[in-house]
Ligand binder design. Structure first.
Ligand code: C5P
Length: 230
Protein backbone atom coordinates (compact mmCIF):
# COMPACT_ATOMS: atom_id res chain seq x y z
CA UNK A 1 0.00 0.00 0.00
CA UNK A 2 0.98 3.61 -0.55
CA UNK A 3 0.84 6.48 1.95
CA UNK A 4 -1.19 9.68 1.60
CA UNK A 5 -1.32 12.75 3.76
CA UNK A 6 -4.32 14.93 4.58
CA UNK A 7 -3.73 18.16 6.51
CA UNK A 8 -7.07 19.85 7.30
CA UNK A 9 -6.52 23.61 7.23
CA UNK A 10 -10.02 24.93 6.55
CA UNK A 11 -10.79 26.12 10.09
CA UNK A 12 -11.13 29.77 11.07
CA UNK A 13 -9.54 29.39 14.53
CA UNK A 14 -12.19 31.33 16.45
CA UNK A 15 -10.64 30.69 19.89
CA UNK A 16 -7.44 32.41 18.78
CA UNK A 17 -9.16 35.78 18.27
CA UNK A 18 -6.56 36.72 15.64
CA UNK A 19 -7.11 38.59 12.38
CA UNK A 20 -6.27 35.48 10.34
CA UNK A 21 -6.87 31.72 10.87
CA UNK A 22 -4.33 30.21 13.30
CA UNK A 23 -2.60 28.09 10.62
CA UNK A 24 -1.46 31.39 9.06
CA UNK A 25 -0.04 32.87 12.25
CA UNK A 26 3.76 32.82 12.26
CA UNK A 27 6.29 30.95 14.43
CA UNK A 28 9.91 31.94 13.90
CA UNK A 29 8.61 34.00 10.95
CA UNK A 30 7.02 31.07 9.04
CA UNK A 31 3.32 30.19 8.66
CA UNK A 32 2.32 27.43 11.11
CA UNK A 33 0.86 25.54 8.12
CA UNK A 34 4.21 25.67 6.30
CA UNK A 35 6.09 24.38 9.34
CA UNK A 36 3.58 21.53 9.78
CA UNK A 37 3.65 20.52 6.10
CA UNK A 38 7.41 20.65 5.68
CA UNK A 39 7.99 18.54 8.80
CA UNK A 40 5.51 15.91 7.56
CA UNK A 41 6.86 15.85 4.01
CA UNK A 42 10.46 15.60 5.26
CA UNK A 43 9.50 12.01 6.15
CA UNK A 44 9.72 11.13 2.44
CA UNK A 45 7.19 8.29 2.79
CA UNK A 46 4.20 10.02 1.18
CA UNK A 47 2.92 9.66 -2.39
CA UNK A 48 0.80 12.79 -2.16
CA UNK A 49 -0.64 15.39 0.16
CA UNK A 50 -4.11 16.99 0.12
CA UNK A 51 -4.86 20.19 2.03
CA UNK A 52 -8.53 21.21 2.36
CA UNK A 53 -8.79 25.00 2.56
CA UNK A 54 -11.56 27.38 3.54
CA UNK A 55 -13.37 28.78 0.48
CA UNK A 56 -12.63 32.29 1.81
CA UNK A 57 -8.91 31.58 2.38
CA UNK A 58 -6.75 34.24 0.72
CA UNK A 59 -3.49 33.52 2.58
CA UNK A 60 -2.59 30.20 0.91
CA UNK A 61 -0.96 31.79 -2.21
CA UNK A 62 1.55 33.49 0.13
CA UNK A 63 2.60 30.17 1.71
CA UNK A 64 5.80 28.26 0.89
CA UNK A 65 3.63 25.15 0.45
CA UNK A 66 1.67 26.69 -2.44
CA UNK A 67 4.89 26.39 -4.48
CA UNK A 68 5.52 22.78 -3.41
CA UNK A 69 4.49 20.42 -6.23
CA UNK A 70 3.86 17.56 -3.77
CA UNK A 71 0.97 19.51 -2.21
CA UNK A 72 -2.56 19.62 -3.68
CA UNK A 73 -5.51 21.60 -2.31
CA UNK A 74 -9.29 21.18 -2.29
CA UNK A 75 -12.24 23.00 -0.73
CA UNK A 76 -12.94 22.09 2.90
CA UNK A 77 -16.30 21.95 4.69
CA UNK A 78 -18.19 23.32 7.69
CA UNK A 79 -16.62 21.01 10.30
CA UNK A 80 -13.24 19.31 10.47
CA UNK A 81 -14.80 15.95 9.49
CA UNK A 82 -16.40 17.54 6.40
CA UNK A 83 -12.99 18.91 5.39
CA UNK A 84 -11.31 15.50 5.80
CA UNK A 85 -14.05 13.77 3.80
CA UNK A 86 -13.70 16.40 1.05
CA UNK A 87 -9.96 15.66 0.94
CA UNK A 88 -10.58 11.89 0.74
CA UNK A 89 -13.04 12.50 -2.11
CA UNK A 90 -10.44 14.66 -3.85
CA UNK A 91 -7.92 11.77 -3.62
CA UNK A 92 -10.40 9.39 -5.28
CA UNK A 93 -8.76 7.97 -8.39
CA UNK A 94 -5.25 8.49 -6.97
CA UNK A 95 -5.53 6.42 -3.77
CA UNK A 96 -6.58 2.77 -3.52
CA UNK A 97 -8.90 1.47 -0.77
CA UNK A 98 -6.08 -0.39 1.02
CA UNK A 99 -3.67 2.58 0.92
CA UNK A 100 -2.88 4.35 4.19
CA UNK A 101 -4.04 7.90 4.89
CA UNK A 102 -2.46 9.94 7.67
CA UNK A 103 -4.58 12.89 8.84
CA UNK A 104 -2.72 15.59 10.76
CA UNK A 105 -4.01 18.94 12.04
CA UNK A 106 -2.46 21.98 10.36
CA UNK A 107 -2.41 23.52 13.84
CA UNK A 108 0.05 20.88 15.23
CA UNK A 109 3.45 22.09 14.03
CA UNK A 110 5.43 20.46 16.87
CA UNK A 111 4.97 16.83 15.74
CA UNK A 112 8.33 15.15 16.34
CA UNK A 113 9.74 13.24 13.31
CA UNK A 114 10.39 10.20 15.55
CA UNK A 115 6.69 10.06 16.54
CA UNK A 116 5.64 10.19 12.88
CA UNK A 117 8.06 7.39 11.95
CA UNK A 118 7.03 5.35 14.99
CA UNK A 119 3.31 5.66 14.17
CA UNK A 120 3.90 4.40 10.63
CA UNK A 121 6.19 1.54 11.76
CA UNK A 122 3.82 0.47 14.54
CA UNK A 123 0.71 0.29 12.34
CA UNK A 124 1.99 -0.67 8.87
CA UNK A 125 0.93 -4.34 9.28
CA UNK A 126 -2.28 -3.61 11.22
CA UNK A 127 -5.66 -4.15 9.51
CA UNK A 128 -7.35 -1.03 10.94
CA UNK A 129 -4.77 1.58 12.01
CA UNK A 130 -4.69 3.98 14.92
CA UNK A 131 -3.48 7.28 16.27
CA UNK A 132 -0.83 9.04 18.30
CA UNK A 133 -2.08 9.60 21.83
CA UNK A 134 -0.74 10.61 25.24
CA UNK A 135 -1.78 9.27 28.66
CA UNK A 136 -3.72 11.86 30.67
CA UNK A 137 -1.50 13.53 33.29
CA UNK A 138 -3.99 15.65 35.27
CA UNK A 139 -6.64 14.42 37.69
CA UNK A 140 -9.98 14.69 35.90
CA UNK A 141 -13.22 16.01 37.42
CA UNK A 142 -16.71 15.55 36.04
CA UNK A 143 -18.99 18.52 36.78
CA UNK A 144 -22.65 18.32 37.67
CA UNK A 145 -25.11 20.37 35.66
CA UNK A 146 -25.37 23.37 38.00
CA UNK A 147 -23.85 26.86 37.71
CA UNK A 148 -21.25 27.61 38.95
CA UNK A 149 -20.01 24.07 38.22
CA UNK A 150 -19.04 21.81 41.10
CA UNK A 151 -17.48 18.35 41.20
CA UNK A 152 -19.85 15.44 40.73
CA UNK A 153 -17.09 12.84 40.66
CA UNK A 154 -13.40 12.23 39.99
CA UNK A 155 -12.90 10.19 36.82
CA UNK A 156 -10.50 7.23 36.87
CA UNK A 157 -7.71 8.44 34.58
CA UNK A 158 -5.70 5.21 34.48
CA UNK A 159 -7.17 4.20 31.13
CA UNK A 160 -7.66 7.67 29.64
CA UNK A 161 -5.60 9.03 26.74
CA UNK A 162 -5.59 12.33 24.87
CA UNK A 163 -6.11 11.82 21.13
CA UNK A 164 -3.41 13.55 19.08
CA UNK A 165 -2.66 13.47 15.36
CA UNK A 166 -1.56 12.03 12.95
CA UNK A 167 -4.32 9.43 12.82
CA UNK A 168 -3.62 6.65 10.33
CA UNK A 169 -6.31 4.56 8.64
CA UNK A 170 -7.02 2.77 5.35
CA UNK A 171 -8.33 5.10 2.65
CA UNK A 172 -11.48 3.10 1.81
CA UNK A 173 -12.47 2.29 5.40
CA UNK A 174 -11.94 5.85 6.63
CA UNK A 175 -13.91 7.36 3.77
CA UNK A 176 -16.84 5.04 4.39
CA UNK A 177 -16.74 5.56 8.16
CA UNK A 178 -16.69 9.36 7.89
CA UNK A 179 -19.45 9.43 5.28
CA UNK A 180 -21.66 7.21 7.48
CA UNK A 181 -21.09 9.32 10.60
CA UNK A 182 -21.82 12.58 8.81
CA UNK A 183 -24.97 11.14 7.19
CA UNK A 184 -26.04 9.88 10.65
CA UNK A 185 -25.40 13.18 12.42
CA UNK A 186 -22.83 11.49 14.72
CA UNK A 187 -20.39 13.87 16.43
CA UNK A 188 -16.93 13.26 14.94
CA UNK A 189 -14.08 15.37 16.25
CA UNK A 190 -11.37 13.02 14.96
CA UNK A 191 -10.97 10.18 12.47
CA UNK A 192 -10.69 7.57 15.21
CA UNK A 193 -14.20 8.32 16.51
CA UNK A 194 -15.60 7.67 13.03
CA UNK A 195 -13.71 4.36 12.84
CA UNK A 196 -14.92 3.43 16.35
CA UNK A 197 -18.51 4.18 15.34
CA UNK A 198 -18.20 1.61 12.54
CA UNK A 199 -17.06 -1.04 15.04
CA UNK A 200 -13.26 -0.82 14.86
CA UNK A 201 -10.74 -0.58 17.70
CA UNK A 202 -7.99 1.83 16.60
CA UNK A 203 -4.55 1.30 18.19
CA UNK A 204 -3.22 3.94 20.61
CA UNK A 205 0.43 4.64 19.79
CA UNK A 206 2.05 6.65 22.59
CA UNK A 207 3.35 9.99 21.35
CA UNK A 208 5.09 12.96 22.94
CA UNK A 209 2.76 15.23 24.94
CA UNK A 210 4.42 18.30 23.39
CA UNK A 211 2.62 17.60 20.06
CA UNK A 212 0.27 20.45 20.99
CA UNK A 213 -2.61 21.84 18.95
CA UNK A 214 -2.33 25.61 18.71
CA UNK A 215 -5.67 26.76 20.12
CA UNK A 216 -5.32 29.86 22.33
CA UNK A 217 -2.86 32.80 22.07
CA UNK A 218 -0.53 31.49 24.82
CA UNK A 219 0.11 28.34 22.72
CA UNK A 220 2.18 30.40 20.23
CA UNK A 221 5.05 31.09 22.64
CA UNK A 222 4.91 27.52 23.88
CA UNK A 223 5.15 26.13 20.33
CA UNK A 224 8.16 28.36 19.53
CA UNK A 225 9.85 27.06 22.67
CA UNK A 226 9.12 23.41 21.79
CA UNK A 227 10.32 23.83 18.20
CA UNK A 228 13.48 25.60 19.35
CA UNK A 229 14.30 22.77 21.76
CA UNK A 230 13.65 19.93 19.27
O1 C5P B 1 -10.62 24.06 15.42
P1 C5P B 1 -9.72 22.87 15.68
O2 C5P B 1 -8.52 23.24 16.49
O3 C5P B 1 -10.43 21.66 16.18
O4 C5P B 1 -9.19 22.46 14.22
C1 C5P B 1 -8.31 21.38 14.03
C2 C5P B 1 -7.83 21.39 12.58
O5 C5P B 1 -8.93 21.14 11.70
C3 C5P B 1 -7.22 22.73 12.17
O6 C5P B 1 -6.03 22.46 11.44
C4 C5P B 1 -8.31 23.36 11.32
O7 C5P B 1 -7.81 24.22 10.31
C5 C5P B 1 -8.99 22.14 10.70
N1 C5P B 1 -10.41 22.39 10.33
C6 C5P B 1 -10.84 22.18 9.01
N2 C5P B 1 -12.13 22.45 8.65
C7 C5P B 1 -13.01 22.92 9.55
C8 C5P B 1 -12.62 23.12 10.91
C9 C5P B 1 -11.30 22.84 11.27
O8 C5P B 1 -10.04 21.76 8.17
N3 C5P B 1 -14.27 23.19 9.13
Amino acid sequence: PRFWLIVPAAGIGQRMRAECPKQYLKLHNRFILDITLSRLLDNGQFDGCMVPLNPRDHWWPDSESARDERVQTCTGGAERADSVLAALDALDGQAADKDWVLVHDAARPCLHPHDLANLIDSLAEHPVGGLLAAPVADTLKQAGGEQPPSVELTVDRSRLWRALTPQMFRFGALRQALAECLADGQPVTDESSAMEFSGNMPVLVEGRPDNIKITVPSDLGLAEFILGRQ
